[in-house]
Design a protein around this ligand. Structure first.
Ligand code: 13P
Ligand code: SF4
Length: 323
């Protein structure tokens, strides 16, 4: 009988070989179909490694808007693939698993937005990119976590704002801009679960670490007051900030898929997740096998009715324009 460690290395050797075979097949069909793979930084490590571009929602939207590829395979969740399809009506946009949804986007429907608009004819609707195409079509402008503060700061002071759907991002924007808004009380189940208790206990153990937090976290907005040194950022903001900071240790409050990218760009630095179990199961539905299937069988095509896509495109284009 072999030793347990030999057994583990044989299994991981087999997995590496399987992954290498899949990667080769994906690369070859990608070339044949003039396709590009866009991946969010919460994707599985091996999916991030095969992607042509990895980034946050804003970077991915920008990349989708400018690509010359004919086919976009979106390794992310449904609203992200929809965004790519809205920005590229003439291209084929595929999501490898249709079940890859978003608990936050699911909290609000177009009818909820329409009802606020009916009551506030002079109001402005600001939709976080984590929303359906139908909600985006009713919005005046979309935002991501990377530019929400800048976008809201630029809006007409005299008009009421309905900010949807993330209440924690909304509260962060209110505190950062001093602007009161009507907030939809939606949340992401992964980030809502990262609270002050977990953050304090991790920071207590790593006193010299810098602290980076995604504004969707349940205490993201409170951090503006409680932890004035906290860096409240989008996922890509974290990657860039940690590269240039002098610190060698970082406590990270967001979905743990980001650790792969943080470590890749700063290999000598240490990244400590506030919560190891902060895993988005929707993001992890995308695998190499499903990406290959997607390219081979042209599955699953994102289709949005043109009247919805045309309206949603206006609010997305305003979002892309703001840094
Ligand atoms: P980013 O835009 O920061 O990548 O966030 C997207 C997201 O879904 C966060 O949960
Ligand atoms: Fe949606 Fe939360 Fe997953 Fe981001 S982490 S895709 S907000 S469920």
């Amino acid at each position: 009988m072999g030793s347990p460690s030999l057994g583990i290395s044989l299994v991981s050797g087999k997995i590496d070989k399987m992954n290498n075979d899949l990667v080769e097949q994906i690369q070859s069909i990608k070339k044949e179909r003039n396709a590009i793979i866009l991946a969010h930084s919460y994707q599985r490590d091996e999916v991030q490694d095969i992607a042509d571009f990895v980034g946050d929602s804003l970077g991915l939207s920008r990349e989708a808007a400018k690509t010359e590829a004919e086919v976009i395979v979106f390794a992310g969740v449904h609203f992200m693939a929809e965004t790519a399809a809205i920005l590229n009506p003439e291209k084929t946009v595929l999501i490898p698993d249709v079940e890859a949804g978003c608990s936050l986007a699911d909290t609000i429907k177009a009818a909820d937005v329409q009802s606020w608009k009916d009551d506030n004819p002079n109001g402005l609707v600001v939709a976080y990119v984590n929303t359906s195409a139908e909600v985006k079509a009713l919005a005046d402008v979309c935002v991501t976590s990377a530019n929400a503060v800048a976008v809201v700061s630029s809006l007409d002071q005299d008009r009421p704002i309905f900010f949807v759907p993330d209440m924690f991002l909304g509260a962060h924007v209110e505190r950062a801009t001093g602007r009161k808004m009507n907030l939809w009380l939606g949340e992401c189940h992964v980030h809502a679960g990262i609270g002050e208790r977990e953050i304090n206990s991790t920071l207590d153990k790593h006193e010299n670490a810098e602290f980076m937090i995604h504004p969707e976290c349940s205490c993201g907005s409170a951090c503006l007051y409680l932890k004035p040194d906290a860096k409240i950022m989008s996922t890509e903001g974290m990657v860039k900030y940690s590269q240039t900071s002098q610190a060698s240790e970082f406590v990270v409050a967001t979905e743990v898929g980001i650790l792969h990218r943080l470590q890749k760009f700063s290999p000598t630095k240490k990244f400590i997740p506030v919560k190891e179990s902060a895993v988005c199961e929707y993001m992890k539905l995308i695998t190499l096998e499903k990406i290959l299937n997607s390219l081979v069988n042209n599955q699953f095509k994102i289709e949005i009715p043109p009247q919805v896509a045309n309206k949603a495109r206006r609010s997305l284009e305003s979002m892309i324009a703001v840094g």
